[in-house]
Design a binder for this molecule. Structure first.
Ligand code: PLP
Ligand code: NAG
Ligand code: NAG
Length: 546
């Protein structure tokens, strides 16, 4: 009796083990099959090869002989970055401890002036030779924002009972933006910027997919041209990312490949209007059909398009006079769109630290909230990543939007987009060495080289020598300019400088474009591609050197 039971339980144990083995094997098989299907055989092989190659290179770089050379190269690169960003010399006053006694307001202003003068500005942003970075609304706008800041300096929307006006202004900013994107019935919140808007949307769709479909291993599908904030959010939230190539000519994401990557774990797909690298737009209607068919979310990234793309149609610029630069539908009128991010701090000309994340309805927005009814500090409920938030920023954003009004944004759209198209048209017709990536409908224009003797990154370097602060891109190598109100006056100068830069790059090529694509740093010294990650880490360390 006893031994029979033992045999049975041994059999059950064996059976369970076998079952578990097959379960795990099946799970990995399904995972690999989905991964393979999403990327296709050739890409998977290429990715595997790159992975191996990277590891071999990293191992080789650890060999004693290579190590000292790598260290020398890295040290030099770090030194170059430091020399560029951190002021050197004995004349620089460093404030490394609190002053014993508080300083006077006059002293503080004077010290800031001194810093400005001592450090100088590698690029004076007011000269209009800067791509993106500063979205200036003009001197009068600056006064309006500063006045709003002053009035709401200490306010905090975490306490709406104490600051009722700030709560009202935030709700109105969201409402005005929703209307602009054709969804007055929708819902949204403000955030600290495009990155937070995107991370919140990823979280919202993740929690929605878990609640509604029981998805526990979420995946998102993004174009290679999508902003790095999606990768960042997915990395923070431990979500798998499928990155889908864009068409080399139109620069729109390949819809067939998107469709192949969709599986039961997919929570959302992403499209941009417009994307950061080359300013083109994905086929949002095509993505919307997929989103509806597979019952997944569709986030449209209008962080950069912000207050430009909703005005293109009204400005009569939804298509260029030459039939190029056509804008496809992108807002909530497109079925399947579940979320749109719009940066008020870009072409909304609001102070930095302000963006809006919008959802099709308030049911979806609930998944963004964080609620803890059991906290010792009281019932805690907060709409987005931050706890306390600056009410002054909300007031500044509200003031900026009231000051601009629809006619102001319409005019800014018209002048900025006309500037971008003038640059794109002129490059196409009179700089034969370069070509424009895709057919960018709004404010960003990227150019690559089609001439074997012209390295476009070297052209970017030569532009930097002429005072231009442009962005270097990879895949393909290209350089972009995000036009702003400050660039509008500068398109002729840009073209003239660009022609000179191309000529110079062609006549006396140095053999290397040193314009390494570290986002936010512009050009810097070159290191081998294997070291770029380490260089970027060193760059971040440098930012905190006092
Ligand atoms: C600027 C930008 C973002 C987010 O940027 P933040 O710097 O966090 O405001 C997202 N997507 C695109 C296309 C952008 O250009
Ligand atoms: C740097 O830029 C600021 C803001 O535009 C300006 O006030 C200052 O004079 C500039 N300093 C130099 C040295 O160019
Ligand atoms: C959508 O928004 C645009 C721009 O604000 C506006 O002109 C248009 O009338 C709106 N359309 C609908 C259907 O709401």
């Amino acid at each position: 009796m006893d031994s029979t039971r033992r045999i049975i339980s041994a059999q059950t144990y064996e059976g369970l083990k076998t079952f578990l083995f097959f379960y795990v094997a099946l799970k990995y098989a399904v995972k690999s099959q989905r991964h393979l299907r999403a990327r296709g055989i050739t890409t998977s092989i290429r990715e595997f090869y790159t992975w191996i190659a990277q590891h071999v290179i990293m191992l080789a770089l650890r060999l004693p002989a290579a190590r000292s050379r790598v260290r020398a190269e890295m040290d030099k690169a770090k030194h170059d970055i430091e020399a560029k960003l951190v002021p050197q010399g004995l004349h620089v006053t460093r404030h490394l401890a609190l002053p014993e006694v508080g300083q006077t307001p006059d002293w503080i202003t004077a010290e800031m002036d001194k810093m400005d003068n001592e450090l100088g500005n590698t690029t004076d942003w007011k000269h209009g030779k800067l791509s993106g970075a500063v979205y200036h609304g003009g001197a009068a706008m600056e006064r309006v924002i500063v006045a709003a800041y002053a009035k709401y300096c200490v306010s905090n929307p975490l306490h709406p009972d104490v600051f009722p006006a700030v709560r009202k202004m935030e709700a109105e900013i969201v409402a005005m933006t929703l209307k602009l994107f054709n969804n007055s019935e929708g819902a949204g919140t403000m955030t600290s910027g495009g990155t937070e808007s995107i991370i919140m949307s990823v979280k919202t769709h993740r929690d929605w997919a878990y609640a509604v479909k029981g998805v526990t291993e979420p995946e998102i599908i993004i174009p290679t041209s999508a902003h790095a904030a999606f990768d960042k959010g997915a990395a923070y939230l431990k979500i798998k990312v499928h990155t889908i190539p864009v068409d080399p000519v139109t620069r729109r994401v390949n819809l067939k490949a998107v469709k192949r990557a969709i599986n039961a774990n997919t929570i959302m797909v992403v499209g941009s209007t417009i994307n950061f690298p080359d300013g083109n737009q994905d086929d949002i209607e095509g993505l919307g059909k997929l989103a509806l068919k597979y019952k997944i979310g569709l986030h449209v990234d209008c962080c950069l398009g912000s207050f430009i793309v909703p005005y293109l149609e009204k400005a009569g610029l939804a298509e260029g006079s030459n039939g190029k630069y056509k804008l496809l539908p992108f807002d909530f009128r497109v079925p399947g769109v579940t979320a749109i991010s719009c940066d008020t701090h870009k072409y909304g000309f609001a102070p930095k630290g302000s963006s809006v994340i919008m959802y099709r309805d308030s049911d979806l927005r609930r998944y963004q909230y964080y609620v803890n009814p059991h906290w010792t500090g009281g019932v805690y409920a907060s709409p987005s990543l931050s706890g306390s938030r600056p009410g002054a920023l909300i007031a500044g954003t509200w003031a900026a939007m009231q000051f601009m009004g629809s006619n102001g944004y319409l005019e800014s759209c018209r002048s900025i987009v006309t500037c971008a198209r003038t640059i794109a048209d002129t490059i196409t017709t009179s700089v034969p060495e370069l070509y424009i990536l895709g057919s960018p409908p709004a404010s960003v224009v990227a150019f690559g080289s089609k001439h074997p003797k012209v390295n476009v990154l070297e052209v970017g370097d030569k532009m930097a020598q002429r005072g231009w602060h442009l962005n270097a891109l990879s895949g393909p190598a290209a350089v972009h300019i995000a036009c702003t109100r400050l660039t509008v006056e500068k398109s002729d100068e840009f073209i003239a400088d660009l022609k000179d830069a191309v000529k110079e790059a062609k006549l006396s090529p140095s053999g290397k474009g040193t314009m390494v694509a570290v986002y936010g740093l512009g050009n810097s010294s070159a290191v081998g591609p294997a070291m770029v990650g380490q260089l970027a880490t060193a760059f971040l360390d440098t930012l905190y050197k006092a």
